[in-house]
Design a protein around this ligand. Structure first.
Ligand code: SF4
Length: 339
């Protein structure tokens, strides 16, 4: 019996090793994969025992994808969580504002974030107090002003917004909202991208995602020169001069769909590195070149931390009722306007 257990664990570790080693990254030797295979088994056992689901953002580590019930962008994941029957607990492998959004849509469920240090430079660039002040100032000048907040912000900022948006529907929401003047928080690059396509006045906030903001046109041009015909897919959180070089400007989930259905077989994925790992694992017959920019916040979530979170039910996300309801109103307005 003991022998059978050891050999099946080893077989699972070897299979995992083959899969993860194919990504061409350090840190996936057989010893590490043996440890991961044991943690994956234990996470799956606890998920069944506790009635839990694991949601993983596209930028997570490859081994986290192995225990995820759903992989996607933050909004897709929050909406998925609502649809899962019988799940009492949601373990959110992503960053804090995403776990908050999951809680907004699932107030009756326990939402856990495996590492409470997993924040976000973009979300941290705007506070509810600063937004309230700026909104009041601008309303003196533009009485019709409306606030659109990108979902990458905290729940109390969402609660002060007229509508939220994602990178996929930002333009649609800005166009549909009943105002000619839109204060767009917190990402200045996404605001500039929307401004380039609308006649409305978009007033941007001075925030950015440090991961996307550091990618330069030189880096993209180098790859384009080295690999003729490569399709460049860029995330709208990138700088305007990088977006100009892209064949398509897409959200992370739209990049997955684009790569699956495109006739092209070589792509430069200009966003956080984790998405390329997902693409390599899911579409092994195509080639994905990555920008090698890692989000330090996303990478704080580990398989060991996820196991600890499920085992000890930590760290729980809690939101005051007024914040939760205000954030939900802004998120639902987005769904109406961006549909
Ligand atoms: S990639 Fe950027 S926007 Fe996403 S969590 Fe990291 S810092 Fe925030």
């Amino acid at each position: 019996m003991t022998f059978e257990l050891q050999s099946s664990t080893t077989a699972a570790a070897e299979q995992l090793h083959r899969k993860l080693a194919a990504l061409g990254q350090d840190g996936y030797d057989l010893a590490a994969c043996e440890r991961y295979a044991a943690q994956i088994d234990e996470i799956n056992r606890l998920k069944a025992e506790r009635g839990a689901v694991v949601l993983a953002h596209n930028y997570q580590r490859p081994e986290i994808f192995e225990v995820a019930d759903f992989i996607g962008d933050s909004l897709e994941l929050a909406r998925k969580a609502r649809e899962v029957r019988g799940a009492e607990i949601i373990v959110f492998c992503g960053v804090h504002f995403m776990a908050e959004t999951a809680k907004v849509f699932n107030p009756e469920r326990m939402v856990l974030l495996p590492d409470r240090r997993a924040g976000c430079s973009l979300a941290e660039s705007v506070t509810a107090e600063a937004l309230a002040e700026r909104k009041a100032e601008l309303r003196e000048i533009y009485p019709d002003l409306k606030v659109v907040s990108y979902v990458n912000c905290t729940a109390d900022v969402k609660a002060l917004s007229d509508a939220c948006c994602t990178s996929a529907n930002a333009l649609k929401v800005a166009e549909a909202i009943d105002s000619e003047h839109v204060l767009f928080v917190p990402d200045q690059n996404l605001a500039n991208y929307v401004q380039s396509q609308t006649r409305k006045q978009i007033i941007s906030w001075d925030g950015n995602c440090y991961v996307h903001h550091q990618i330069t046109p030189d880096e993209v041009n180098k790859v384009k020169r080295a690999i003729p015909g490569i399709k460049v897919l860029a995330h709208p959180e990138c700088r305007t001069d990088v977006l100009r070089l892209a064949d398509a400007v897409l959200s992370t989930s739209a990049m997955v769909r684009y790569a699956e259905t495109s006739a092209a077989d070589k792509f430069l994925v200009v966003t956080e590195c984790g998405l390329s790992d997902r693409l390599l694992m899911e579409i092994p017959n195509k080639h994905f070149y990555k920008s090698c920019k890692l989000c330090r916040y996303m990478k704080m979530i580990t398989l060991g931390g996820t196991l600890d979170s499920l085992r000890n039910l930590r760290f729980e996300i809690e939101l005051p009722d007024d914040v939760r309801q205000g954030a939900r109103r802004a998120l639902e307005r987005m769904l109406e306007l961006g549909a």
